[in-house]
Design a protein around this ligand. Structure first.
Ligand code: SF4
Length: 291
């Protein structure tokens, strides 16, 4: 499949916010939507309004479509209530580029734990210049020093799950409450834990209220080689640590270089039985209808 070529033009914002008819996307017409104004966080409204059958049908359809077509669908369906979350791994950079080329102006956010590499912080500024946008940095309630006062120094060495919850999961959760759709750079090839990632997934954001979030993983089927070919072809800024043996780059205390043949995320949380920080596992998944 050609990952880059799109057969459909990008929808205009008017198609998203102005209530125009469905353009054959297989989703309900947009006529019920009058504007993109946010509704209150925690609203009982089922935010995404995506049924299990729709999600299953979309996954079948997207298996034969380009990444840009997936992104165009997300824009048409959710407008700026869909946002790209990135930690500047290769897939996120490519996704931002594909969205930019298609004129899809998704908001972009990142998690700044206060423990990122200087190279990562510099990359944020380079990407903002390259893409001409502002990347929102979500920060934890406590600084690293305040966390040390509360939990003792270097919590990541003793309880990385608690550290990740405080510095990543909780800030992300607050952000997701503003959204209907979270666009990620997850790829199936990254690790065993991610091998079954679907392009469209539905999660409970607040159990008991019906509030849900649609997670879209448009890069799920991309290989590492395809990612880096695209980055080099388009001169996209990337983290220079990738040229120094780091494949998956997170916080400084929990990121190590890997050797050839290891899983891409093998350099994270060395010494712990921990393979995910929690941002992709803390929400209960809704079970999709099987067709
Ligand atoms: Fe803490 Fe490490 Fe998680 Fe960063 S990756 S939040 S330092 S445990």
């Amino acid at each position: 499949m050609n990952l880059l070529e799109s057969s459909s033009p990008p929808p205009s914002p008017a198609q998203v916010c102005g209530g125009e008819a469905d353009s054959g996307s297989g989703v309900p017409p947009l006529s019920a939507r009058t504007e993109c104004a946010p509704y209150p966080p925690g609203s009982a409204r089922e935010a995404a309004g995506l049924s299990s059958r729709e999600a299953a049908e979309l996954n079948l359809r997207f298996a034969g479509q380009t990444t840009q077509e997936v992104l165009a669908w997300a824009w048409e369906r959710f407008g700026n209530r869909a946002a790209i979350g990135t930690s500047y791994q290769g897939a996120g950079l490519v996704m931002m580029h594909l969205a930019k080329m298609a004129g899809l102006t998704f908001p972009v956010f990142t998690l700044d734990t206060g423990l990122l590499f200087p190279e990562t912080l510099a990359l944020k500024r380079r990407l903002e210049d390259f893409y001409g946008l502002k990347i929102q940095a979500l920060e934890p309630d406590l600084t690293v020093e305040e966390q040390a006062d509360v939990h003792g120094p270097e919590l990541w060495k003793r309880d990385p799950d608690l550290c990740c919850t405080a510095r990543k999961v909780l800030p992300l959760r607050g952000k997701l409450e503003e959204l209907d759709c979270w666009l990620t750079g997850l790829r199936r090839e990254q690790s065993h834990a991610r091998a079954a990632v679907e392009i469209v997934e539905r999660y409970h954001l607040e159990e008991g209220t019906g509030r849900e979030i649609v997670k879209v993983n448009p890069m799920a089927h991309w290989s590492r080689e395809q990612i880096w070919s695209h980055i080099r072809q388009h001169n996209i800024p990337y983290n220079p640590l990738h040229d120094q043996g780091y494949h998956s780059i997170g916080c400084m205390p929990c990121t190590r270089r890997i050797t050839e043949g290891q899983e891409e995320r093998a350099g994270r949380w060395i010494g712990f039985k921990k393979v995910e920080c929690g941002i992709h596992t803390f929400l209960p998944k809704k079970v999709d209808f099987q067709i």
